[in-house]
Design a protein around this ligand. Structure first.
Ligand SMILES: [Zn+2]
Length: 213
């Protein structure tokens, strides 16, 4: 009974971080949970038709991923950065990764950060940075508090986000990997991309943990 209580409420690195049932050795997840994750096909999007932009969505926002992302974002599941970060790193194109100078992340507003205590995209970026040894870029900021995007139309979403991000510093000639958690309309990524381009960066590679299709 007590053991079950501990396994439910705390994580132990000997057990799978998702189901907390199966014992694991070298990874954070058991084979059973890994087999439930749906990989999005390897196709790389390029919404802008520009050679300097690529977008990769790694998994479907469904099943076990959906359940665990909710815990990660809204139920203080900070420990889930480990399996998610590792999953992301393992599924990245390593040839492209080698060319990156910095790893940036979609920032949260100060208000949201205060409310939640952490920025989940930053936690993912930190994990990828740890594995790849590519430094984190901390100077993409959210400068405007915006309405939640949930109930807005596509057009309203992009209006809502207009001029809400800003880059501090000069990124001339730099290649940036931009990390996000869930891809929905892409409006947030659009705005971050515009700001990174204004800072003169050479290439932006967006990688989202999962996407709603
Ligand atoms: Zn498991």
């Amino acid at each position: 009974m007590l053991r079950k209580f501990f396994k439910t409420f705390f994580y132990n690195e000997d057990y799978c971080f998702f189901c907390k049932e199966n014992v694991i050795k070298n990874s954070y997840l058991c084979e059973e949970c890994i087999s439930e994750i749906r990989r999005y096909d390897k196709e790389i999007f390029n919404d802008y038709g520009e050679e300097i932009f690529k977008k990769d969505i790694l998994f479907y926002y469904s099943g076990i991923i959906k359940k665990k992302i909710k815990e990660f974002k809204f139920e203080n599941g900070v420990y889930l950065k480990k399996p998610f970060g590792k999953l992301m790193f393992e599924n990245l194109d390593k040839t492209l990764l080698e060319k990156m100078d910095y790893i940036a992340y979609v920032p949260s507003s100060k208000k949201k950060l205060k409310l939640r205590g952490y920025n989940h995209s930053k936690l993912l970026a930190e994990e990828i940075s740890k594995y790849s040894k590519i430094p984190l870029f901390d100077d993409l900021h959210k400068v405007k508090n915006t309405k939640s995007q949930h109930f807005l139309s596509l057009e309203e979403r992009s209006m809502n986000l207009k001029n809400s991000f800003s880059v501090e510093g000069d990124l001339t000639g730099k290649n940036i990997l931009l990390v996000d958690d869930i891809h929905t309309s892409g409006a947030t990524i659009d705005e971050c991309y515009k700001e990174l381009r204004k800072a003169n960066c050479n290439f932006v590679w967006v990688v989202c943990l999962c996407g709603v299709f």
